[in-house]
Write a protein that binds this ligand. Structure first.
Ligand SMILES: Cc1cc2nc3c(=O)[nH]c(=O)nc-3n(C[C@H](O)[C@H](O)[C@H](O)COP(=O)(O)OP(=O)(O)OC[C@H]3O[C@@H](n4cnc5c(N)ncnc54)[C@H](O)[C@@H]3O)c2cc1C
Ligand SMILES: *[C@@H]1O[C@H](CO)[C@@H](O)[C@H](O)[C@H]1NC(C)=O
Ligand SMILES: *[C@@H]1O[C@H](CO)[C@@H](O)[C@H](O)[C@H]1NC(C)=O
Ligand SMILES: *[C@@H]1O[C@H](CO)[C@@H](O)[C@H](O)[C@H]1NC(C)=O
Ligand SMILES: *[C@@H]1O[C@H](CO)[C@@H](O)[C@H](O)[C@H]1NC(C)=O
Length: 542
């Protein structure tokens, strides 16, 4: 036998060290991970890109902080939250390939995480033994202003993308969510929307190419994966089909000056009348204008004498506006389209597009754009989200009834996001996300709480379900539609066994309507063994 080269020697030593630390930390444990898995990973490692530097075992000093860094819901950051037996943080595409190839050999369950904003922790929690493929290192962004396109890797955040666009151009933007720490991998593959939706559609509507590692460990682009698979990963969720490495997107044009506002009205300030009108106008106004409406319960101190001057609870409606133009044109649009809000010049704030992103994500005015680069979340709470779509305006008496229920429960907050414009022009089958024409707005139910523990959690989850139940007569039915990126396990869970197709249909029809069956066909073709699976993945045909 010849003498081992230095890289071979180092590799040998690494295998030995890793195996040793396993046998120490997992001795006597039932959940010992397959040592063959690590050995497989190391033996497939390319000398130029050693995977050993990307493997975290539970007794590694950094394991806990790597795992926790991208947990964005405190409900899933407890001692009893199930943890992965291994974390792989790819530094190179080849590491993704090795993870897929080796995991299949051992039939291991892999969870894929990019930004970690999944509302149900589906990207990093499982009741079954699993390992985590954490994509945060693969985060390069290449902007090409000449062609008005960009390649963005899955581990980049929306804030990083917005910032890199701003560095290159003050008249370009991208339609995506306003929260800067959200990850590209989950957000784009699950559709993605923000305040440019009425003008330019969803993030997924503006994706033109992709790099995907498939079940065989092949790195595919749009051409080599074919139009079906490309379609599936632009709204059907990446995690059912492969590992998204990167997306190529079309940038969109924004004016040098945009205008934002935030106007609040309580019930005492005629909120019911104004909200009632908003339903008719917000989905029809100039597509340069997006007015989100947030409804929440607030305390009023010292009510009118007729109420005895006591403190009492009321509803506050916040109209949060974003306009692709200056305040003068905005005021004229509002005067003809929505005079009931009586928007004034003093309510309007003119700024650049990147500043509007900071405003919309609640940074104080004057915050430097560099804040978008921070990966630290602005707030970290226990949370639950649900979604609904409204297709016919709610009568005033219905609104008043809803306010009464909200005041009774105090949670959740409801956000109404108007549709219309570009959203109505794009056919339901253009991407897997079917919620297009016919919708007046989308509701987000948002419940946040500070206190940890099962009791507080039960309490808040129960109230969220209750309000959702009371909203039934006012929202879409057959199916009661839901937005896939607002992941909600109340809609059904897949055990990925014999009943998988029917379990999948329960939530699949709500998220994807008629597109569900096409997603199932594509899934069955590209991943018949259902390697890429989770609690709400696309099932294969029986
Ligand atoms: C604070 C906050 C604000 C939000 N605001 C908006 C908003 O304005 N608009 C909106 O549309 N949504 C919004 N969302 C929802 C968000 O779009 C989804 O949660 C999105 O899926 C998060 O992507 P992620 O990469 O951060 O999450 P992750 O938890 O990492 O992933 C989410 C899902 O995608 C899968 N996935 C992740 N990366 C990959 C990959 N590389 N390949 C294959 N599958 C992958 C995961 O397995 C998981 O199933 C918000 C969420 C939060 C927590
Ligand atoms: C933890 O794992 C990382 C990545 O594999 C490695 O670089 C580091 O040396 C490990 N640390 C310890 C203390 O074992
Ligand atoms: C509410 O509406 C009434 C009747 O239209 C009007 O007289 C009153 O001024 C309004 N109040 C506010 C605070 O706008
Ligand atoms: C209103 O005040 C009560 C009593 O101080 C408090 O318990 C409650 O949380 C407050 N509600 C809101 C929505 O602020
Ligand atoms: C929540 O609802 C469940 C089922 O309806 C009930 O058993 C539980 O007591 C409720 N919890 C709280 C805190 O209200």
């Amino acid at each position: 036998m010849g003498i081992l080269s230095l890289p071979q020697l180092l590799l040998f030593q690494l295998i030995l060290n890793l195996l040793l630390s396993f046998s120490v930390s997992w001795a006597g444990s039932d959940s010992a991970p397959d040592q063959d898995f690590v050995q497989c990973l190391l033996s497939h490692s390319q000398p130029s890109h050693p995977i050993s530097e990307a493997i975290y075992i539970p007794n590694n000093a950094s394991y806990a902080s790597v795992l926790r860094s991208y947990i964005r819901n405190l409900r899933f950051n407890t001692c009893s939250t199930p943890k992965p037996f291994l974390i792989i943080t790819p530094l190179h595409e080849s590491h993704v390939q090795q993870a897929i190839v080796c995991a299949q050999k051992q039939n291991l369950l892999m969870k894929i995480r990019s930004g970690g904003h999944d509302y149900e922790g589906v990207s990093y929690v499982s009741d079954l033994p699993f390992f985590l493929l954490d994509m945060f290192n693969l985060r390069s962004i290449d902007i090409d202003i000449n062609s008005e396109t960009a390649w963005v890797q899955a581990g980049a955040t929306l804030g990083e993308l917005f910032y890199r666009i701003y560095e290159k151009s003050k008249i370009h933007g991208f339609p995506a969510g306003v929260c800067p720490t959200v990850g590209v991998g989950g957000h784009f593959s699950g559709a993605g929307y923000g305040n440019l939706m009425r003008k330019y559609g969803l993030s997924a509507d503006n994706i033109i190419d992709a790099q995907l590692m498939d079940v065989h460990g092949r790195l595919l682009d749009r051409k080599s994966m074919g139009e079906d698979l490309f379609w599936a990963i632009t709204g059907g969720g990446g995690a059912s089909f492969g590992v998204v490495i990167a997306y190529k997107i079309n940038l969109v044009r924004v004016p040098q000056t945009v205008t934002v506002f935030r106007v609040e009205r309580t019930l005492e300030q005629n909120a019911t009348d104004i909200v009632y009108r908003w339903q008719y106008v917000a989905p029809k106004l100039d597509t340069d204008l997006f007015i989100r409406l947030t409804m929440e319960v607030v305390n009023i101190t010292g009510g009118p004498l007729s109420t005895g001057g006591e403190n009492y609870k009321t509803i506050r409606a916040s109209f949060i506006g974003f306009f692709l133009g200056n305040s003068e044109r905005l005021l004229s649009v509002m005067e003809t389209g929505f005079p009931e809000l009586s928007l004034k010049q003093s309510d309007c704030i003119e700024m650049s597009w990147v500043e509007s992103v900071l405003f919309w994500t609640s940074f104080p005015i004057g915050t430097e754009p560099e804040a978008l680069l921070s990966r630290k979340p602005q707030v970290l709470v226990h949370l639950k989200r649900k979604s609904d779509y409204v297709k016919t305006p709610i009568p005033k008496i219905g609104l008043m009834w809803i306010w009464q229920k909200m005041i009774e429960f105090e949670v959740p907050i409801m956000s109404f996001n108007p549709y219309g414009g570009k959203m109505s022009e794009i056919p339901e089958s253009a991407t897997p996300c079917p919620h297009r024409a016919g919708n007046l707005w989308k509701i987000q139910y948002a419940t946040n709480w500070e206190v940890s523990g099962a009791e507080a959690s039960d309490y808040h989850l129960n109230l969220t379900k209750k309000l959702y139940f009371y909203m039934t007569p006012f929202v879409s039915m057959n199916p009661r539609e839901a937005y896939f990126n607002y992941k909600d396990l109340d809609l059904g869970i897949n055990n990925n066994g014999k009943a998988s197709y029917f379990e999948g249909r329960a939530y699949g029809i709500r998220y994807f309507k008629d597109n569900f069956d096409r997603l199932v066909r594509i899934k069955t073709e590209v991943d018949p063994g259902n390697f890429f699976r989770n609690e709400q993945s696309i099932p294969t045909l029986p």
